[in-house]
Design a protein around this ligand. Structure first.
Ligand code: NAD
Ligand code: LMR
Length: 340
């Protein structure tokens, strides 16, 4: 375990493992749907490190037996099972307390996240139907893009099944916070492990709104530098897509972010106080009916939406400018769920 703690080398991952090594509730069953993919494999590896997880269930339409066999040889506690194809989805999902979903296609250069909608909407809808049927009380973390639409799809599926709880369905936007922390700490020479910048709104382009005025420790940027930093955070996904030149989008950093979010959920479910993560959730804070903000997590998911807080004039304009786009993305997801 010493190796894994060192390798994880992050405040959230290593903190989770350390703080809960003495916990008595180390029994979460976590499912990863899309487990054989670019995100699924490394994220499953990170989740396999945690003593809080008793069972890691891996689902994909391809290659799960190999990924599961490989991970199952690691000398950590979690039992690993592989489930391939729709006939094995039920067994994967039953008894899960958390389901993380990175199933679906990634972007290539020149594409927007919305360009993934036609393929990923039906993948997410089918998997959400499985979750609503086989683990309706589980916390659901949606990674598959476009998150601004796939989260509303998931909610509509849960509503149709009569098991909807908005406190348990999350669009995983953690990578935006991870990136903001990294870029700001680099720019200001800060210790990244104690840098924390909330990112609100949604998860695509102008809907990604870093709230740099609320960063801790407090940072200050000139007007131009602030605009450049904001733009870099908003377009960091595209930076990776272009660097990978056709080989996909962010996988390793997303695996880290997805594991961080999963561990925060488990910590909160185990009763730890003060666990806060930003995520894209059902919200009545703006005209957009889903909006990412910092959330206080608890045993039943969202304990309290901590809201938007005080914004600078610059950030207020960013929020105003993204609402129509968000509403459009949300409606697209809801319409898809209604018509399919
Ligand atoms: P990938 O192609 O490497 O892996 C996707 C996996 O999903 C594959 O193993 C594939 O077999 C599987 N899959 C496809 N259809 C499935 C189905 N019906 N049921 C189960 N599994 C299925 O892609 P990736 O790089 O891992 O990215 C996955 C998704 O995550 C993409 O949509 C990408 O845009 C998104 N993403 C989101 C964020 C975020 O911040 N939320 C960050 C990075 C990537
Ligand atoms: C990201 O932010 O890296 C993901 O949403 C993947 C992408 O398409 O950019």
């Amino acid at each position: 375990m010493a190796f894994s703690l060192k390798a994880l080398a992050s405040r959230n991952l290593s903190r989770s493992v350390r703080q809960f090594s003495s916990s008595t509730q180390n029994n979460a069953k976590v499912a990863v749907l899309g487990a054989s993919g670019g995100i699924g494999q490394p994220m499953s590896l990170l989740i396999k490190q945690s003593p809080l997880v008793s069972h890691l269930a891996l689902y994909d339409i391809a290659n799960t037996p190999g990924v599961a066999a490989d991970l199952s040889h690691i000398e950590t506690k979690a039992k690993v099972t592989g489930h391939q194809g729709p006939d094995e989805l039920q067994e994967c999902l039953e008894g899960c307390s958390i389901v993380v979903i990175p199933a679906g296609v990634p972007r290539k250069p020149g594409m927007t996240r919305d360009d993934l909608f036609n393929t990923n909407a039906s993948i997410v809808k089918t998997l959400a139907e499985g979750c609503a049927k086989y683990c309706p009380k589980a916390m659901i973390g949606i990674i598959s893009n476009p998150v601004n639409s796939t989260v509303p799809i998931t909610s509509e599926v849960f509503k149709a099944a009569g098991v909807y709880d908005p406190n348990r369905i999350f669009g995983v936007s953690t990578l935006d916070i991870v990136r903001a922390n990294t870029f700001i700490a680099e720019a200001k020479g800060l210790d990244v492990s104690t840098t924390n910048c909330p990112v609100i709104g949604g998860h695509s382009g102008i809907t990604i709104i870093p709230v740099i005025s609320q960063c801790t420790p407090k940072v200050s940027f000139g007007e131009e530098e602030l605009a450049q930093m904001t733009d870099r955070i908003q377009n960091a996904g595209t930076e990776v897509v272009n660097a990978k030149a056709g080989a996909g989008s962010a996988t390793l950093s997303m695996a880290y972010a997805g594991a961080r979010f999963t561990f925060s959920l488990i910590e909160a479910m185990n009763g730890k106080q003060g666990v806060i993560e930003c995520a894209f959730v059902k919200s009545d804070l703006t005209e957009a009916t889903y909006f990412a903000t910092p959330l206080l997590l608890g045993p039943n998911g969202i304990e309290k939406n901590l809201g938007i807080g005080t914004l600078s004039a610059y950030e207020t304009k960013l929020v105003k400018d993204c609402i129509e786009e968000l509403k459009k993305n949300i409606k697209k997801g809801e319409d898809f769920a209604a018509n399919n």
